[in-house]
Design a protein around this ligand. Structure first.
Ligand code: TPP
Ligand code: SF4
Ligand code: MG
Length: 295
């Protein structure tokens, strides 16, 4: 893995868009945005070799604040979009970015099948523990009883333990980062991109406007980098126990990595012997006669 910006390859400006950011002051999306660009640059990935797929939400507004190929899809549907693109062109680096609202409610089924299929994509969860874009509604990851804009008395439902849920699906890569720790987040993103399978990265993201319970300061005090300790990231049950327990310190870093499980394309019998990508196999077709049916 490259630790510094390489002498050749893209520079940060290759990913720099002219569009100004519109996130609130202090929003954790700034940190995730910076770390993502830095990770791509440090890995020497040019913008024309990456596809960034965005869900709908505050985080999704990153789609025109960064360069590279980008797709801004429907709420909760980012994983199938990204998986389809990767299947069509396995040579692309494909990254999907989604919010906690989208990923653990509208799109939870896609998350389940993304992990079990082990598509070779990186999934970055912008976990601000609320529906930010729709002005601070409770999501499945908001603490039970926490007063929110749409539920001043707090929601009655129990909070979904997202990490326990993800580990129950036998993932091949799980990491947790914090939007205020950009160098560590960069290292995590690089490891996730390099993993050959579905990489799940939970980023605890500050949302000063609507999340008053897990603030930047709160996360700063509790987040602890496991990279500084002797740690075996191949031990699933230890990783799961560490990930689930956030009562004291919150363990961050690459928590689990299993590279022996083949990715979806390597399991797909019909593609195993293929010498070309599906994108290369798509021929040019004249669809004029087909369109005439609908005139
Ligand atoms: C199927 C569907 N449901 C709901 C919405 C409305 N909606 C748009 S963004 C959003 C909140 C997004 O929250 P989250 O996914 O956590 O992202 P954040 O804004 O917090 O980054 C909602 C409910 C929608 N566009 N489509
Ligand atoms: S509402 Fe929260 S997540 Fe959305 S831009 Fe503002 S601080 Fe960021
Ligand atoms: Mg959210």
């Amino acid at each position: 893995m490259v630790d510094r910006i390489p002498l050749s390859g893209p520079a940060m400006r290759a990913y720099t868009s002219d569009h100004p950011c519109t996130w609130c002051d202090g929003c954790g999306n700034y940190g995730i945005w910076s770390a993502l660009k830095r990770a791509l640059v440090e890995l020497g990935i040019d913008p024309w070799n990456v596809l960034l797929c965005f869900d709908v939400g505050c985080h999704g507004n990153m789609s025109d604040k960064i360069l590279g190929y980008r797709f801004h899809g429907l709420h909760g549907r980012v994983i199938p979009l990204a998986a389809g693109a990767k299947i069509a062109n396995p040579e692309l680096t494909v990254i999907a970015l989604g919010g906690d609202g989208a990923s653990f409610s509208e799109g939870i089924g896609h998350l389940v099948h993304g992990i079990r299929s082990n598509y070779d994509i990186t999934f970055i969860l912008h976990n601000n523990a609320n529906y930010g874009l729709t002005t601070g509604q409770a999501s499945a990851l908001t603490p039970q009883g926490q007063p929110m804009n749409s539920s001043p008395e707090g929601i009655p439902e129990r909070t979904l333990n997202s990490m326990d849920f993800v580990f129950s699906l036998e993932p091949t890569f799980v990491a947790r980062g914090f939007s205020g720790a950009i160098p560590q987040l960069t290292t995590i993103f690089k490891a996730a991109i390099e993993h050959r399978g579905f990489s799940y990265v939970d980023v605890l993201q500050a949302c000063p406007t609507y999340n008053r319970f897990a603030t930047h300061e709160y996360l700063m005090e509790r987040c602890f980098d496991i990279a500084g300790e002797k740690y075996d990231a191949a031990d699933l049950s230890r990783a799961r126990a560490l990930a689930v327990d956030t009562t004291g310190r919150i363990v961050t870093g690459v928590l689990y990595c299993q590279s022996a499980v083949p990715s979806f394309m390597h399991q797909l019998a019909t593609r195993r012997a293929a010498q070309t990508t599906l994108v290369e196999e798509v021929g040019l077709r004249d669809v004029a006669s087909l369109c005439s049916v609908f005139q």
